[in-house]
Write a protein that binds this ligand. Structure first.
Ligand SMILES: *Cc1c(COP(=O)(O)O)cnc(C)c1O
Length: 436
């Protein structure tokens, strides 16, 4: 007999079985013959993990499998019959060696059993959320999340008979107060835009355990180099690969990583929503990931140095960076991030938005553009980009003050970045900067 929604709800209220209802058989799955370089550190994994060396040609490095379909054989017919089309090469939306290869590298970096790559961060996020929910489900999230995610939760969940509550990303009591009978997931960003608030992941995981919920963390601003949410007990981690993972501002992509069991729930949702990553995108992402650890080290170091420089500058009012002792949650950041605070810095310039606009025009190295995580420094103002849909009053209420600037610090030489800021600030304020 077909199970009704009520039966499932009944089972759920009895305990932790809701996603165990999945009947699909599992096999070893898409792991190719490469290994994960377990026991190695981030740089080694970045370079080697997941790479598929083609045995036919001896080509070193994963070829681009630019095909949409594959010859059918006994193994693929069997996989289709058993509903595990993810484990055989059948059709590229289901799976492709280019995807498998980069997915293996990402799994190694995230300490995940399994990963799926998507055509964008939003494809990854919307698919992960829908895949985890049913009609009637409720989500607890925060207004301090990416605009696209906020719009998806706010505008689209209701179309599926689901609902969402938005609360603080940092106050566990507020989050707990928003949990309802049908709450299924807690969705938060590990480091928020643009004020770089730190979500207390371990406390969030403990809360989820208490109420039998799943936690999804968007780790785009931090990346697995700085923190591995799965190691802290999170169920699924999502990334916009467009940002640090790819790191060259030349690809749109997304990732979802977690246990094989949960990824097996996300995969059929991906088939329906259709956001698979194309083989050439997989090649670009895998290639970029070879220098991932190398880039992140420099992003982190440059951001720390620039944040310190800005904090000591007499014409900068306030700097938001979790690595600074002045950050509200510096202690939590130290403990959760272990000294790796990302390449994002936000700051308020004296003289408000007028001077902020001048600074963007006068800087030669940071490019005035939205997005983040590229090798080149990118700079923008939240008030007319990421938070533009809010009124001035709403912006002020959430701390988007006059003169707030968001900077994605690139991997240029730090001396060059600082001297560029020096010349730009000097021109604006027409006097030598004073150091506090
Ligand atoms: C950019 C971004 C996204 C969306 O990713 P796309 O690749 O643009 O779809 C989601 N979350 C965060 C935190 C982002 O910065």
């Amino acid at each position: 007999m077909k199970k009704s929604y009520q039966d499932i709800e009944q089972k759920r209220s009895e305990g932790d079985i809701w996603f165990n209802d999945l009947k699909r058989k599992r096999s070893q799955g898409p792991t190719l013959h490469s290994n994960r370089y377990e026991g190695c550190s981030a740089s080694t994994k970045s370079v080697h993990a997941g790479q598929y060396d083609d045995p036919t040609t001896g080509a070193l490095g994963t070829p681009i499998f630019q095909c949409s379909t594959f010859y059918l054989n006994e193994a693929s017919y069997e996989a289709i019959a058993e509903g595990r089309g993810r484990d055989e090469m059948i059709y590229t939306r289901y799976g492709n060696p280019s995807q498998w290869s980069v997915q293996e590298k990402l799994s190694a970096l995230e300490n995940a059993e399994s990963t799926i790559v998507f055509s964008s961060g939003m494809a990854a996020i919307s698919t992960a959320i829908l895949g985890m929910l049913d009609k009637g489900s409720h989500v607890v999230s925060s207004r301090d999340i990416y605009g696209g995610t906020y719009n998806f939760l706010y505008e689209d969940l209701a179309k599926y008979g689901m609902s969402v509550s938005f609360t603080s990303p940092t106050n566990i009591k507020d989050i707990e107060a928003n949990i309802q009978e049908h709450t299924k997931i807690l969705f938060f960003e590990a480091l928020t835009n643009p004020l770089l608030k730190v979500t207390p992941i371990e406390a969030l995981v403990a809360l989820a355990k208490k109420y039998n919920l799943r936690v999804i963390i968007d780790n785009t601003f931090l990346t697995p180099y700085n923190v591995k949410p799965l190691d802290l007990g999170v169920d699924l981690v999502v990334n916009s690969a467009t940002k640090y993972l790819n790191g060259h501002s030349d690809l749109i992509g997304g990732t979802v990583s977690g246990s094989r069991k949960l990824i097996d729930v996300i995969w059929p949702q991906m088939l329906k929503n259709g956001g698979a990553m194309d083989p050439h995108g997989c090649f670009l992402l895998e290639r970029s990931l070879k220098t991932f650890a190398l880039r992140m080290r420099t992003h982190n170091a440059n951001a720390m140095a620039l944040a310190t420089y800005l904090e000591n500058h007499s014409h900068i009012k306030k700097v938001y960076y979790p690595g600074l002792a002045s950050h509200d949650q510096h202690e939590l950041a130290q403990q959760q991030l272990g000294g790796k605070y990302s390449g994002m810095v936000s700051f308020e310039i004296k003289g408000g938005d007028k001077n902020a606009h001048s600074l963007l025009k006068l800087l030669k190295l940071p490019k005035e553009a939205t997005s983040l995580g590229g090798v080149e420094s990118l700079i923008s103002l939240p008030y007319n980009t990421s938070q533009a849909s809010l009124t001035k009053e709403q912006q002020n209420a959430i701390g988007i003050n006059d003169g707030l600037i968001r900077l994605s610090v690139g991997v240029e030489d730090i001396e060059d970045l600082i001297s560029d800021f020096n010349q730009a600030l000097h021109t604006i304020f027409k006097q030598q900067p004073h150091y506090a």
